[in-house]
Design a protein around this ligand. Structure first.
Ligand SMILES: [Zn+2]
Length: 342
């Protein structure tokens, strides 16, 4: 048999095999690679300690009542969503993360501790990420260092991959006055520019361009984060009814390896916001620019630092007419420099 005749005999077999592969490929049902979880979970709203009950269904979109009081949606596979808020009473709450692993398990953490999950695999995966982030962040410095000390700590959870750009849009619905957007833009300029009259001016490689106005929804619920997001990164206003209506602002950020989306909502439950450029007249009012600077920190992937640290990423510095959040501390700047490498 010559090589040519063998080729001719094999050709039809090759064609049949190829056809079978192609038709088989298109005939594979959507869940064929995951036969154990063919149906969405039947429960719409569960408590975090019920997670073990949903190990056999698709949890995407499920709403979970977390220990913190925040109500969180379960994002799609491989995605984490983190809710970070500031309270008006100075009590420190740590961000809550809900993560769905590639295997379909769900895990929840508050701060760096994973406290609930539907599978051990999801818990271990989220815990490993927290450990790695802790190691990559500045090691635990002495507590209560000065605002400008080079030893000031920072913590981070993810970052933007597109050259460190967080482009955001503004929804003016409900705004206290027409100066609000200017104050939020100033906050963005501060955190990207590292502007601080006390700690020096250190660039950090992030950018926070303002994209314009939007009438689209802000992907932040009144009491937590939805499972998904749409459209532009948006900042704006709405009633935050989280635990005891203590929340001044809530940021929701979705990420995989890199941040995909981040929105912030400022509270409108009868609060007085200060939108002036100077302190004159701010008494008894919440300083929007300072609060917004803190929320930009979350949008760029920074987590909270210990409550004794005088950094912008300390959530326990709440107080009306609080000017200290308008200027970054060294730890805030170091965190952003570690993220964006400038
Ligand atoms: Zn915060």
């Amino acid at each position: 048999m010559t090589p040519v005749s063998r080729q001719r005999r094999l050709l039809p077999l090759v064609a049949i095999a190829a056809a079978a592969l192609i038709t088989g490929f298109f005939a594979i049902p959507a869940y064929a690679d995951d036969p154990m979880k063919p149906e969405p979970c039947p429960t719409e709203n569960i408590a975090d300690d019920q997670l073990a009950d949903i190990a056999d269904c698709d949890p995407t979109g499920l709403t979970i009542r977390t220990r913190s009081g925040a109500t969180m949606g379960v994002p799609e596979k491989g995605v984490s969503v983190v809710a970070s808020w500031i309270r008006d009473d100075g009590i420190v709450d740590h961000p809550v993360t809900v993560f769905q692993s590639e295997e379909g398990g769900v895990a929840i953490s508050e701060g760096s501790s994973v406290y609930a999950g539907s599978t051990q695999e999801a818990r271990s995966s989220l815990n490993a990420r927290h450990q790695r982030n802790a190691e990559e962040s500045q090691p635990s410095a002495p507590l209560a260092v000065s605002k400008c000390s080079s030893a000031a700590p920072y913590v981070r959870f993810s970052k933007w991959g597109n050259g460190g750009e967080y482009k955001w849009y503004y929804n003016s619905a409900g705004q206290p006055d027409t100066f609000a957007r200017t104050r939020i833009s100033s906050a963005g300029a501060t955190i990207a520019g590292g502007l601080s009259s006390t700690c020096g001016n250190l660039s950090n490689g992030s950018t926070t361009p303002y994209g314009g106005t939007t009438t689209g929804a802000i992907n932040v619920n009144s009491n937590g984060c939805p499972d998904n997001y749409s459209g532009f990164n948006a900042q704006g206003w709405g009633a935050l009814t989280g635990p005891q209506e203590k929340w001044l602002a809530l940021n929701c950020t979705w990420y995989t390896v890199y941040i995909r989306h981040s929105d912030t909502k400022f509270d409108l439950t009868g609060r007085s916001w200060w939108t002036g450029a100077t302190t004159s007249g701010c008494s008894g009012k919440w300083d929007l620019q300072g609060v917004a600077t803190h929320e930009f920190g979350h949008a760029l992937g920074l987590d909270h630092v210990h409550e004794s640290e005088p950094q912008v990423m300390n959530p326990g510095l709440a107080g009306t007419c609080n000017w200290s959040w308008r200027q970054l501390g060294r730890g805030d700047q170091n965190g952003l420099r570690a993220q964006y490498g400038s």
